[in-house]
Design a protein around this ligand. Structure first.
Ligand code: VG1
Ligand code: CO
Length: 544
């Protein structure tokens, strides 16, 4: 195999964010841009010669071209085997599973997740390590340094690989395997959940489900598992064909973007269960007839009921949530006497805790939950968890949620996102918040008295690495909390996220409207951060 070395010069904007490098497709299409980043990944790795690399993506625009380039670069850099999802497709959790199952050295996952796709939209790339999880910060920091000094990259002069045919191909010392994207994942799910029970409940009409794949990667996975294996009616999974531009939509499973599902679930005679997943299949939204389950509640309910699921029947070792996620799961952990960890935003921070078996379940407010079965969050897994739970409890989603609130109280929650904010203004908001921190404790607005105000810093309990500046927290003496942080996944300007929660334990007040319940805290948030004043906007772009 001939390989060619190309000279290149660094791009200065290749710093990985919360989940890899995300940029507009046009940025990735600049000469050498993708190649620089991929070569910098390889330059940050050691001892991978002859080893296996997993490759797959969410199928968005530029996925196929990028995969062909990466195949040639991996070949030139000396990998011994490439395992690639058919058509270049692998959901993020499926890629994590393949890395673990076939004991690969690592994997490259091509995805910009919930961001829109198409020639003028977003593309993304990230590296996952041998435990199947996103590379830790230590690695992404080293990778970024490499992108700043790169001077050449290597390409093997081989033909494009036919990605559509499952099979094996040998080119000199390199083996390329194109595998069925769904099979291994479906097998894993069947080991975790009681498929027979779910199947019976669907057949008996106890569960009548709709799944919105949002024209993204979970389409084929959900079709095969929910309709094929579990017997849901044909058409239960809709928007099931992955499209390069997600049909022009925003593949983010929340009520703002999954309109079609939301309409179905809030109609008269709504199905009993509704769910959606995102661009790369790691997020989930859970709904019942006329009810939406917040992701923070979903995590808490899963933790409280884990023993109902075969894989967790013997109990769980602990739980973790990202810092902005509501404290609902903390209450369950306290009641069950389980360790509970608070990590920075992003799945990479759960990896060590899972590997060390300090936790079994974890989740984020951003519609992500998962367990020790892989090292990514997993949308369809969460859906199957709920289906298994409903089948076991023989209760509606609404009843499960209400019963949980009765027992633990309710953490009323919402997130406000201000997108594409001018970078200087956004940084000014964060500086303004920082400057107030020391003066806030003791300050009151109505019933809300500030108990603590700080900037979250995390020390990993396994390797003691420290991640500072992970968001600003303002906690009140009544348990309410406001968190501010800038997104690390956007591609235009800055996105300010404001997370608001209030704890309600009065059982006569559990059903209040969250907008009304949180209105006062929303006002306090504005007094603190001045986002409306400083941007001239009147409301957030997205409320979830
Ligand atoms: C967002 C979410 C975060 C999630 C990340 C990746 O990050 O808030 O919880 O882990 O996306 O999810 P940020 O930095 O924009 O807030 V995905 O589904 O985009 O891989
Ligand atoms: Co995602």
């Amino acid at each position: 195999m001939q390989t060619k070395t190309y000279n290149t010069t660094p791009y200065d904007d290749q710093k990985p964010g919360t989940s890899g490098l995300r940029k507009k497709v046009k940025v990735f299409q600049q000469p050498g841009y993708l190649e620089n980043f991929v070569q910098s990944i390889f330059n940050s790795l050691e001892d991978f010669q002859g080893k296996t690399l997993v490759l797959g993506g969410d199928g968005r625009y530029f996925n196929r071209q990028a995969i062909q380039i990466i195949i040639k670069m991996a070949a030139a850099n000396g990998f011994g085997e490439l395992i690639i999802g058919q058509g270049g497709l692998l959901s993020t959790p499926a890629a994590s599973n393949i890395i673990r199952k076939y004991q690969a050295f690592g994997g490259i996952v091509l995805s910009a997740s919930h961001n829109p796709g198409g020639p003028d939209e977003d593309f993304g790339i990230k590296y996952n390590v041998s435990n199947g999880g996103p590379a830790p910060e230590k690695f992404t920091d080293a990778l970024y340094l490499n992108t700043k000094t790169i001077s050449s990259y290597q390409i093997a002069e081989i033909d494009d690989v036919d990605l559509d045919c499952v099979g094996e191909l040998n080119i000199n010392h390199l083996k390329i395997r194109i595998i069925d994207s769904v099979a291994d994942y479906a097998e894993l799910m069947a080991k975790i959940f009681d498929f027979d029970l779910i199947k019976q409940s669907i057949a008996a009409g106890l569960i009548n489900l709709r799944f919105d794949a949002m024209h993204a990667i979970t389409g084929p996975y959900a079709k095969q598992i929910l309709e094929g294996v579990l017997g849901a009616e044909t058409g239960s999974v809709f928007n099931a064909v992955p499209l390069e531009d997600f049909g022009g939509g925003h593949p983010d499973p929340n009520m703002a973007h999954a309109h079609e599902l939301t309409k179905i679930m809030f109609a008269d005679n709504a199905p009993t269960f509704g769910a959606a997943s995102d661009g790369d299949g790691d997020r989930n939204m859970i709904m019942g007839a006329n009810i939406f389950v917040t992701p923070s509640d979903s995590l808490a309910i899963m933790a409280a009921n884990a023993r109902s699921i075969p894989a967790y029947a013997k109990g769980i070792s602990g739980v973790a949530r990202s810092m902005p996620t509501s404290q609902a799961v903390d209450r369950v952990a306290a009641a069950l006497n389980l360790p509970c960890y608070e990590t920075p935003t992003g799945w990479k921070f759960f990896g060590n805790l899972l590997d060390a078996n300090k936790i079994t379940l974890c989740g984020e407010e951003s519609f992500g939950s998962g367990s020790n079965h892989v090292r990514e969050k997993d949308g369809l897994w969460a859906v199957l968890f709920w289906l298994n739970l409903i089948a076991r409890k023989r209760q509606s989603v609404a009843d499960i949620v209400h019963e949980h609130w009765q027992k633990y109280g309710r953490d009323i929650y919402c997130r406000h996102d201000y997108e594409a904010v001018d970078l200087d203004i956004a940084n000014g908001i964060v500086d303004h918040l920082r400057r107030q921190l020391s003066r806030l404790p003791g300050k009151s607005w109505g019933d809300y008295t500030v108990k603590y105000a700080d900037e979250f810093s995390y020390t990993d309990p396994v390797d003691n690495s420290v991640s500072a500046n992970q968001g600003i927290r303002v906690g009140f003496s009544n348990g309410s909390r406001i968190v501010f942080r800038l997104s690390g996944t956007g591609t235009v300007g800055a996105t300010l996220r404001i997370y608001i929660e209030k704890y309600e334990k009065d059982i006569t007040q559990l059903d209040q409207d969250s907008g009304q319940a949180l209105a006062e805290l929303v006002e306090i948030a504005e007094l603190l951060c001045e986002v409306k004043k400083r941007t001239g906007r009147t409301e957030p772009d997205v409320v979830t």
